[in-house]
Ligand binder design. Structure first.
Ligand code: NZQ
Length: 397
């Protein structure tokens, strides 16, 4: 049975080949000063920057730039962005990029007027904003995180070896997001498949928890089937509009709070991924891929995991359940998932992502423990999963 919940998602979406026209509708809602936030330069190469700047100018905006937002944005960059937004007296922060740029824009938006250390306030003490929040809009160029329609902001502190996400409430969600699937065509394949697995992992984190026969779980099974179907096409033909547009839409629904409503959720794969990224700075979706199989195989014997993994195997991967035990069905599902992950080009171990044996103790300590999954992990469990995530040469030592 679903628990009590309220549901409201305030982000307005403009989707499709003409989505950027939506910027002309949105910009008049805000005063003159726009802080244009972007990453390492991909938008200058693929022409999106020129298109956005032309629309900003046509709408009479003063443009202040804040480029160079790195994948897995750092606390140092966040502090720089806060100063830039203050200097610009920004009325709107326009993020043009992937999850890193959108997350960063949200973290700046809640910090400009807060007068406190942003890292300490939001990422260590997990406080809510108590100051005016500068509105954020997004033009999405990379698909996966769902940041375009949620309150998530993940920031990395390399000095403290911590990568931490704060899931803010509705007031911090982007006011609008522009989603043109063609804007993602220039993504390197490595980034595209990393994003595809980020989406899959978001759905699985919310699916593998609880035992209810609820609407959310059926919706998630549908999203997963659509994702697998479209991913198979996109890997063969990255400019297949139908596939890329469905992946983009699935990503948004995978993490815009909708499917989690009224049910429990896990999120341990993300906590492990964040600890790995804090040490390696690896591409985020790949960290999730590299720990998923060891994690799901590790939790299989606990709680209702076997039941839910078997349901997943049948309803998502089409495993024939006849004359098989739940454990057999679940294992067949994981085997077929693993084969698919390898086929689409995901990284399947953390060694390949730069993780080293001497980082293990630190990564164990950096992993936040959640309690919504089938097994509440302790340090021993986390160590075992991470150890199994190294290449087999390390495992056998
Ligand atoms: O920096 P630029 O030049 O833009 O290049 C980026 C970056 O190198 C490139 N890229 C993006 N769009 C492109 C493109 N290259 C060519 N053509 C395009 N159209 O792709 C690289 C990766 O971009 P990034 O934004 O880092 O990727 P992603 O969207 O995966 O975001 C990752 C960040 O989001 C956080 C992660 O932890 C990580 O910090 N997450 C945020 C979540 C949320 N808000 O709810 C949930 C996620 O699970 C995740 O934790």
């Amino acid at each position: 049975m679903l628990g009590n919940f309220t549901y409201c998602n305030p982000t307005k979406l403009y989707f499709g080949k003409d989505a950027l026209d939506g910027l002309n509708e949105e910009l008049p809602e805000y005063s003159k000063n726009v802080l244009l936030v972007y990453g390492g330069g991909s938008i200058k190469k693929n022409g999106i920057y020129d298109k956005v700047v032309a629309i900003l100018k046509a709408n009479g905006k003063n443009i202040y730039e804040d480029g160079g937002v790195m994948p897995n944005p750092t606390v140092e960059k966040l502090n720089e962005g806060i100063e830039r937004a203050k200097a610009a007296k920004a009325d709107l922060i326009l993020a043009v990029g992937g999850g890193s740029v959108c997350d960063y824009a949200k973290a700046v938006s809640v910090s400009v007027n807060c007068g406190d250390d942003a890292w300490e306030k939001y990422f260590i003490r997990f406080e809510e904003p108590t100051c005016d929040i500068v509105p954020v809009g997004c033009v999405l160029t990379m698909v996966g995180t769902g940041s375009e329609m949620n309150g998530g902001a993940v920031i990395t502190n390399h000095e403290q070896k911590l990568k931490i996400g704060h899931v803010f409430g509705e007031k911090v969600f982007p006011k609008f997001s522009i989603m043109n699937p063609e804007f993602t065509f220039t993504l390197p394949k490595y980034q595209m498949v990393s994003g595809i697995y980020d989406i899959m992992s978001h759905i699985l984190e919310q699916y593998f928890s609880g035992t209810d026969d609820n609407t959310s779980d059926y919706i998630m099974e549908g999203l997963l089937r659509s994702l697998i179907h479209s991913a198979n096409t996109a890997v063969e033909n990255p400019t297949d509009y139908e596939a890329r547009s469905n992946i983009m839409w699935t990503a948004t629904w995978a993490l815009n709070t909708f499917v989690a409503k009224g049910k429990t959720t896990d999120w341990m794969v993300h906590m492990l991924g964040q600890a790995i990224a804090a040490y390696t700075d690896a591409t985020y979706g790949m960290t999730l891929a590299a720990v998923s199989m060891p994690y799901y195989r590790y939790i299989l014997p606990f709680g209702a995991a076997e039941f839910k993994l078997a349901r997943y195997a049948v309803n998502v991967w089409g495993i024939d359940p006849e004359d098989k035990s739940q454990a057999q069905i679940a294992n067949e599902g994981l085997d077929i998932m693993e084969a698919w992950m390898k086929k689409i080009g995901l990284v399947m171990n953390i060694t390949e992502l730069g993780a080293k044996r001497e980082m293990l103790d630190g990564m164990v300590k950096s992993t936040l423990i959640m309690n919504g999954g089938y097994k509440v992990m302790d340090e021993k469990d986390i160590r075992a999963v991470l150890q199994a995530s190294f290449q087999s040469t390390f495992r056998s030592e």
